[in-house]
Design a binder for this molecule. Sequence first.
Ligand SMILES: Nc1ncnc2c1ncn2[C@@H]1O[C@H](COP(=O)(O)OP(=O)(O)OP(=O)(O)O)[C@@H](O)[C@H]1O
Ligand code: SF4
Length: 276
Amino acid sequence: MKSDSAVEPQGPEENTPSGLRGVKNIIIVMSGKGGVGKSTVTVELALTLRSMGKKVGILDIDLCGPSIPRMFGISNQRVHQSSYGWIPVYPLADKTIALMSIGFLMNNPDEAVVWRGPKKNSLIKQLLDGVYWDDIDYLLIDTPPGTSDEHITIVEALRQYSPEGAVLVTTPQAVSVADVRREITFCRKATLPILGVVENMSGFICPNCEECTNVFSSGGGKDLAEEYAIPYLGNIPIDPELTKTLEEGGNFIEKFPDSRVASTMRTIVTNLIRDQ
Ligand SMILES: Nc1ncnc2c1ncn2[C@@H]1O[C@H](COP(=O)(O)OP(=O)(O)OP(=O)(O)O)[C@@H](O)[C@H]1O
Ligand code: SF4
């Protein structure tokens, strides 16, 4: 899934929507803790939606470590401005996925970490308003881990576009941790609907026999969802092929359509879009 730089975005036509106005559904992907696979889930959600015929955008505003460009094998890509705003990068030749990342704007990956509040918030607002998305079906927003001022900025800036809500990603180990509960409380206070919980790294797929072993206890995500009366979307196992494919910037869903991860992703997406 290397960058198809030959696919130059055609400039917007006259009177076509710009910014978020042409986006049909906005989904915010959040996690209480770092490293639970939020960006992985975002990428696989996008690829699964695409496999179901949807046009998808990913907005990566994870200032702590924008990893989405790397997962598409296009870390060195840069974006350019048009009179309609930033033109996203299209990592696939058919232009069914549009990608904008804070990583495309930084010379040094550690740059964003040292920015102070106002600079971060102003950049987040620019990223939310200033990208020419055209008419995509789903925009998935990858946010920094935890709940911070950045999240408040994101939710406030999106309010006028009535986002569908948030998907909360957790792992069996992190599920009992207060961070996930804080995330739920944050969404409720911000009146951001919770679309559901995804339990990632739930069991391990053996590379030899493809048997799934529960290394840690699983099912915590489901219990949590029940406790808070929020939808449970599904559990994704650890699959070494997924780690490898992401490192290579490949399309796991296309490469391994019969894998447990791919079928789980289809279930999650079906659960997610059922009411939309
Ligand atoms: N289900 C999975 N199977 C195999 N590897 C996975 C799985 N989920 C995530 N990973 C791997 O775990 C690592 C961390 O994942 P990822 O970067 O998606 O986490 P994150 O929550 O977005 O992290 P951050 O806090 O930095 O934003 C990556 O190397 C990714 O490839
Ligand atoms: S899951 Fe099967 S192949 Fe994998 S280590 Fe266990 S017995 Fe061996």
